[in-house]
Design a protein around this ligand. Structure first.
Ligand code: AMP
Ligand code: MG
Length: 279
């Protein structure tokens, strides 16, 4: 059983059929207890990922304004070692970035082996906001799905584990969160009139997301729809998917560590044998 919807290769998903308020019948306390256990396992698996340095982990977070991308990153930071993790936010491209292909600015931030990258928005903006607002002609953005698939295949071929999360909130919950930002003094810094304007394009974004899921979900770079109206359930659902995915690598990573240890011991023994007088 899983707490989020995995999208299979070519699968057509209707977001309106997936409940943003889904909680699998769990109470907040139950979900938090399970999340705490999963976070411990995540920390352990992340250590192995780092020490074995065979794979890297790329987590892509997408979702409409207020869907909880920042909050999810703050949550994951509790289970991931900051020494080997980078958070990368993608804003509107600069003039320099716009003078290159759309993946140029992305590729330089993909994680090296042993490392984790958390993308707050991503190359998917180039088939989302760009499509919704006609920022480039259709013939240009429509070719990007294939480029994205090829790019993600390249990353996977070089050992990158890719997980893409869509934080699914309801229109009602978004309104609540936007108003909260206006009424709570410590949330004022997040206020943007643009968020209310973007809300008018809700249906266009939904369509753009649904197309991206159908065209760019694959076995090695799957999309997951995360029920995100409840922050505590969102955190559980995201953590669960990451831990379940990394678990499959545990044996492989432990073996790599063992091999490294054996090799280091052998090298030290050889050194000692060759330098018997070294105190
Ligand atoms: P925020 O996530 O609130 O910091 O906002 C970042 C903004 O950058 C959002 O409005 C995104 O739509 C915008 N953005 C990110 N990537 C792109 C892109 N490739 N083209 C245009 N706008 C983008
Ligand atoms: Mg914003």
């Amino acid at each position: 059983m899983s707490y989020s919807k995995k999208i299979d290769d070519g699968e057509k998903v209707r977001l309106k059929d997936l409940d943003p308020g889904y909680t699998a019948g769990l109470s907040k306390a139950e979900a938090e207890a399970e999340t705490a256990e999963l976070l411990k396992e995540l920390a352990d698996l992340d250590n192995l990922l780092y020490a074995s340095a065979k794979n890297s982990l790329l987590i892509v977070l997408q979702g409409l304004d207020t869907s909880g991308k920042d909050g999810t990153i703050r949550h994951l930071a509790k289970g991931i070692n900051l020494l080997s993790c980078r958070v990368v936010p993608f804003k509107a491209p600069t003039a320099r970035e716009m003078a290159q292909d759309f993946l140029w600015r992305i590729h330089q931030h993909t994680p090296p082996k042993g490392n984790v990258a958390l993308f707050n928005r991503s190359h998917y903006e180039d088939v989302l906001v760009v499509r919704v607002h006609d920022l480039v002609p259709k013939e240009e953005w429509s070719r990007r799905y294939d480029h994205i698939n090829n790019f993600e295949s390249l990353l996977a071929d070089s050992g990158t584990i890719i997980l893409k999360f869509f934080l699914h909130i309801s229109k009602k919950e978004q309104k609540k969160r936007l108003i909260e930002r206006e009424t709570e003094p410590d949330k004022g810094w997040k206020l943007e009139a643009a968020d209310w304007k973007e809300r008018q394009f809700w249906d266009d974004y939904t369509e753009a997301f649904e197309d991206a899921f159908r065209r760019c979900s694959s076995k090695r770079a799957p999309w997951f729809v995360i029920p995100a109206d409840n922050k505590w359930f969102r955190d559980l659902a995201v953590t669960e998917r990451i831990v379940k995915t990394l678990r499959d690598h545990r044996k492989d990573w432990e073996k790599a560590l063992e091999d490294r240890g054996v090799k280091a011991h052998r090298e030290i023994a050889e050194y000692r044998a060759a330098h018997p007088d070294d105190s």
